[in-house]
Ligand binder design. Sequence first.
Ligand code: SF4
Ligand code: SF4
Length: 90
Amino acid sequence: MPLKQLPGKAPELTAFEAGYLVSLNGGWRSIRPVIDRDRCVRCGQCYLYCPDGTISPEFSVDYGFCKGCGICAKVCLRGAITMEKETAHA
Ligand code: SF4
Ligand code: SF4
């Protein structure tokens, strides 16, 4: 079932709101989420479920804090998020 798009204001997060982590922790990530903008329908699932709050309401990933857990890719029903090896982005 397709998810509804976010209304004007994003709902509350399941984790903490993006932008509050203070210690960079993305350095030990081995894979990273890459969002395909053409497939993304802006449903907000990834934003809501990211445990580190590293996906912004505009659905971009802050790689300084993303730990590469892959939860965002798992919850994206559109298959718009691919986990890619860090070595491909070195
Ligand atoms: S990347 Fe997937 S989960 Fe995130 S907003 Fe787009 S469609 Fe939704
Ligand atoms: S891989 Fe994990 S930490 Fe990184 S954006 Fe996705 S859910 Fe958040």
